[in-house]
Design a protein around this ligand. Structure first.
Ligand code: SR1
Ligand code: MG
Length: 414
């Protein structure tokens, strides 16, 4: 018997209850009767509706694509993003385990994604803004990126497998268009979607746009983003895409997944930690932000290298840097690993700069700076972050490592 498609409609709490009640595995997970389930809207991102549903036996997280941007109903958008998020979870969960959430259900007609509900977790950005500290979270995210990218790259896979895995994600046109426009292009020219905190930032924005060295580097990073398909990326790895609890860190919201340069995921995360560093009002908070940047990068680099070394040693490596060439030559293997990771580090620094610039002068801002009550002081901190970002792009030779980036950021944010 063929399944007749359910026409798309945006589900309200009653619709969500009925939807979940009709899925035996989900209804069992929640337990009890649907009338007793508590349905709470927790939509926080720009794009989708998100609800948490709790029953007597357990909880689930329900996410549905809307036919428009959630925060701007006039901006119409195809629905396919939750399908890409479901596909991303299927691709990376076997490699990252509980560093992300379990996919429980995907409905391709209603574009509904149901994942496990996280208990006692908070969004990392919100937690950091409230002065919270999760000393192990950044290392966990470094491990997540190392595993998710290594195992989906031709370093780990035969080319037939990597190309079959990556090809469907190259069609994530809707959300990749958002990144191309909002992250990589619009902030560098006059665009009606751009805005910034106050006129005090006008001169730095004008200066950035007028800087030919910035334009050249941004152009290079656009090309890198679009042509360097090293692995499957999360594609939107900011601190709002991470949930943390005492001993647990999870990456969520993989709807922007695409094949791309690994430094894009690293750069977005580092860029968001840098913005937290510039926004945080206390020296202790700044020390923690710098620690997190170091932890993230160190764990990413170490874990990626270890996965690669083990794959070559056990002849499980893919068609790039294939095991037969390097198995018996650890010196050469170490050299190519250093080259490869140094290139990711350079990308990370540049993409971190692009993330800062777009979050302060583009369409979609971040809340981190809201902790500074005084508007003039807030603008001054944003200007300091923008000046650093401009310098990172215009003079990449001044800052070639994440350690050097941290040192420069520490000086400017003090
Ligand atoms: C219209 S979407 C704007 C931003 O929200 C998402 O979280 C991505 O960061 C995107 O750039
Ligand atoms: Mg998101």
């Amino acid at each position: 018997m063929t399944r007749s498609p359910t026409p798309y409609r945006t589900l309200d709490p009653a619709g969500i209850r009925a939807f979940l009640a009709a899925q035996p595995a989900l209804a069992t997970r929640l337990g009890g009767q649907p009338d007793a389930w508590r349905v709470r809207e927790v939509s926080d991102g720009n794009l989708n509706n998100v609800f948490l549903i709790d029953g007597p036996a357990g909880g689930v997280c329900f996410k549905q694509s809307l036919p428009h941007v959630r925060v701007d109903p006039d901006w119409k958008m195809p629905l396919d993003r939750t399908a890409f998020e479901a596909a991303y979870l299927r691709a990376v969960r076997p490699h990252v385990g509980n560093l992300t959430t379990e996919l429980l259900h995907f409905d391709p007609d209603l574009f509904v994604l149901v994942v496990e509900s996280l208990n006692g977790h908070v969004v990392l950005r919100h937690g950091l803004m409230q002065g919270g500290d999760w000393p192990k979270a950044a290392a966990a995210i470094g491990r997540f990126v190392a595993r998710a990218t290594f195992h989906t790259s031709p370093l780990a896979l035969k080319f037939e497998a990597s190309s079959a895995l990556l090809a469907p994600f190259a069609r994530n046109h809707t959300l990749t268009r958002i990144t191309v426009d909002l992250v990589l292009t619009d902030p560098y020219h006059a665009h009606p979607r751009n805005h910034w905190l106050s006129p005090e930032l006008d001169p730095i924005v004008a200066n950035l746009r007028a800087d030919p060295a910035v334009r050249r580097r941004v152009g290079q990073m656009q090309a890198r983003f679009l042509t360097c398909q090293q692995a499957l990326l999360h594609g939107d790895l900011h601190t709002g895409s991470v949930m943390v609890a005492d001993q647990d860190s999870r990456v969520i919201d993989g709807e922007f997944a695409l094949p791309g340069p690994i430094g894009f995921d690293c750069g977005l995360f580092v860029g968001n930690l840098l913005m937290h560093l510039f926004a945080t009002p206390t020296p202790e908070g700044r020390t923690r932000a710098l620690r997190d940047i170091t932890q993230f990068w160190t764990h990413f680099r170490q874990d990626f290298t270890t996965l690669w070394t083990n794959a070559v040693a056990h002849s499980h490596s893919g068609d790039a840097y294939a095991a037969p060439l390097f198995r018996d030559d650890p010196t050469s293997l170490q050299q190519v690993q250093t080259q490869f990771l140094d290139a990711i580090e350079a990308d990370t620094i540049a993409f971190a700069a692009l993330e800062i610039i777009r979050r302060l002068t583009g369409y979609a801002h971040v809340a981190d700076f809201d902790v500074i009550a005084d508007r003039t002081a807030r603008a001054a901190r944003q200007e300091a972050a923008l000046r650093l970002a401009q310098d990172l792009l215009a003079h990449p030779e001044h800052t070639s490592t994440v350690a050097a980036l941290s040192a420069r950021a520490a000086d400017r944010a003090a």
